[in-house]
Design a protein around this ligand. Structure first.
Ligand SMILES: [Zn+2]
Length: 384
């Protein structure tokens, strides 16, 4: 994989295309200028000069093209070298897609991924092919997410996201999300910077929107309010500078919003298809190596257990999932029949333990924190 990375970097560093575009634009401007002078008869145009310019441009373009082609060829070769294997031979435990059930499960995961990224047309095509009915309610929610995404990440407009967070504020509080405050914080900074001569519009915004967050975000609110001592056009503002703002706050906020949104519609925060592909990308070289060794030894090395790999695959923390859950109340491992259940505060206990808690009281009190919940606030959880 390192070879491919090196070639990708080399391709990125090659500036032949940029140079070629710049020189072509320069030549175009020169020719337009000459044409104008010719129309106005203000220049004693020498055809020879123009010819020299064009020839020089043609030679340079050819050089740039060659340089770019060389890098692209090397890049292709390195990819061929690394990926020159037959996947069905390297990984033999394929998903039986001829089974309708398996095909539908894979396609369902694909549809959910496409809805997450806003590709409704492709999602619809797959759903039609497989006769999978995506509920209208869910579709409408994803359309709303798509609109918020465009407003936030493309136009840097916060209104729709703030409106969504206001409607869902109780749910956001329930899962301990600070999205609503983060949106108002960015809106405050946005108003502050857009009014260079007066901090008052931002101050007015803060007066209306920050009081609800006094209990949880007082330190940041203090800094934001203190920043209004300075007018926004002053070069330095120690209060605002001390607030940690990432280089892409709008994208970061959308990631947070999308994660909370998915949790409300019962989806994992990251797309399972995306996670699977990421893990596969990391694991494939191990499978290729295993296959090579197996061939060299001239014997078919097989896995001892179907659910266990014969080698270690080092995955980053974000891709490590625990398939086993021990109920902290009963100390028993959960099973498909006695599945883990998430309380409204996101603490987990087993279904049996929950049933025992239900028997004692009409509302359910979390055994780990002071919160209580109604039965409809509890969701089943699946560990993968
Ligand atoms: Zn709890």
């Amino acid at each position: 994989m390192n070879i491919v990375q090196e070639e990708v970097e080399r391709l990125g560093k090659n500036k032949a295309l940029e140079k070629c575009i710049k020189e072509s634009n320069d030549l175009l401007s020169y020719l337009k200028q000459k044409q104008e002078q010719l129309n106005q008869d203000t220049d004693d145009l020498k055809v020879q000069d123009v010819q020299i310019k064009i020839n020089y441009w043609a030679n340079q373009s050819l050089k740039h093209e060659k340089s770019l082609n060389t890098v692209i060829k090397k890049y292709q070769k390195s990819i061929d070298k690394v990926f020159n294997f037959d996947l069905s031979e390297v990984y033999r435990h394929r998903i039986p897609l001829e089974s309708t059930r398996c095909r539908q499960l894979v396609d369902r995961a694909l549809i959910m991924h496409l809805l997450r990224i806003g590709d409704f047309e492709a999602a619809n095509t797959i759903a039609k092919m497989d006769n999978i009915q995506v509920p209208d309610q869910l579709l409408n929610k994803f359309h709303e997410l798509e609109e918020i995404s465009e407003d936030l990440t493309v136009h840097h407009r916060l209104e729709k996201a703030i409106a969504w967070a206001n409607v869902n504020k109780h749910n956001l509080q329930r899962i301990g999300s600070d999205l609503q405050f983060n949106l108002h914080k960015l809106k405050f900074i946005d108003i502050y910077k857009k009014n260079p001569s007066s901090p008052y519009p931002a101050y007015e915004y803060a007066k209306i929107n920050f009081p609800h967050f006094g209990n949880t975000h007082l330190d940041v609110i203090s800094k934001l309010m203190s920043s209004t001592i300075f007018t926004p056009n002053e070069p330095e503002n120690p209060y605002l500078d001390s607030i940690d703002l990432t280089s892409s706050p709008y994208q970061k906020l959308f990631t947070q919003l999308s994660r909370d949104f998915c949790s409300f519609v019962g989806l994992s925060s990251e797309s399972p298809i995306f996670n699977t592909l990421q893990a596969s990308y990391i694991a494939i070289p191990n499978f290729v190596k295993f296959n090579k060794i197996s061939k060299m030894k001239n014997e078919k090395l097989d896995w001892t257990s179907e659910n266990e790999l014969p080698f270690e695959v080092e995955l980053p923390k974000s891709l490590q999932f625990h398939s086993i859950f021990i109920c902290p109340v009963s100390k028993e491992e959960t099973t498909p029949q006695n599945s883990p259940m998430a309380l409204g505060c996101r603490h987990l206990i087993s279904k049996d333990s929950l049933a025992k808690l239900k028997k004692r009281n009409s509302s359910i009190k979390c055994p780990y924190c002071p919160k209580t919940f109604a039965a409809n606030e509890i969701q089943e959880v699946q560990f993968i």
